[in-house]
Design a protein. Structure first.
Length: 206
């Protein structure tokens, strides 16, 4: 996995390199407004596919829009991006909607995925409990927890977050800035390294 580069992705071509022999599906999940669309956009080497719609007054009392700054759009189906992590392997990133009313889509999006990136926002840490419950209920895949460090978000030690989220000692927790490609790449590397500890995924990712 040493071939991943941290500079801004080149999006001049939509085609995979001819050396790529396998593709790997990865989910990017999290509550509303945690930065899933931003992370996929910052790391994708192709122009990301987005299914965003403008937030309207119909969301009042339904979606947790309060406390999310000037956010004006929301994903209603999925985000999609791609990043080549070695000459032979490409990751396909599928971002899930954050609102509870779209969580039934997770099962279909999770089909065939080898792992998940679970994004959290420490300003709304309580929203992460349900996300983790849903992920563990609907899938058995390995996952890495990613703390998207918003400028005004409280900072907590990793082990305190691990205890608060009731995570296993082996579950990676990575702090990142979802806007930064270097940071986003580090997230994917952490997930892939974690998934490689599961024998069922070793042949897929090796």
């Amino acid at each position: 996995m040493d071939s991943v580069t941290s500079e801004q992705p080149v999006r001049s071509s939509q085609h995979l390199a001819p050396t790529v022999a396998r593709s790997v599906k990865v989910l990017v999940v999290g509550a509303f407004g945690v930065g899933k669309t931003t992370l996929i956009g910052s790391v994708s080497e192709i122009e990301p596919l987005r299914t965003e719609e403008v937030i309207t007054t119909a969301s009042v009392g339904v979606d947790p829009v309060a406390g999310h700054g000037e956010k004006t759009t929301t994903t209603v189906a999925m985000d999609f991006g791609r990043v080549t992590v070695s000459p032979e392997v490409a990751l396909y990133l599928f971002g899930t909607p954050g609102q509870r009313r779209f969580w039934d889509l997770w099962a279909g999006l999770a089909d065939g995925a080898v792992g998940a990136v679970v994004m959290i926002d420490t300003r709304h840490l309580e929203d992460s409990f349900e996300v983790l419950d849903q992920l563990e209920l609907r899938t058995t895949m390995p996952f890495a927890v990613v703390v998207n460090e918003f400028p005004d978000a409280p900072q907590y030690p990793v082990e305190r977050l691990r205890a608060a989220l009731d995570l296993l000692p082996s579950t990676p927790i990575v702090k990142c800035d979802a806007r930064d490609r270097t940071s986003a790449v580090r997230v994917l590397v952490a997930l892939v390294e974690h998934a490689l500890t599961f024998p069922v995924f070793q042949k897929v990712l090796a």
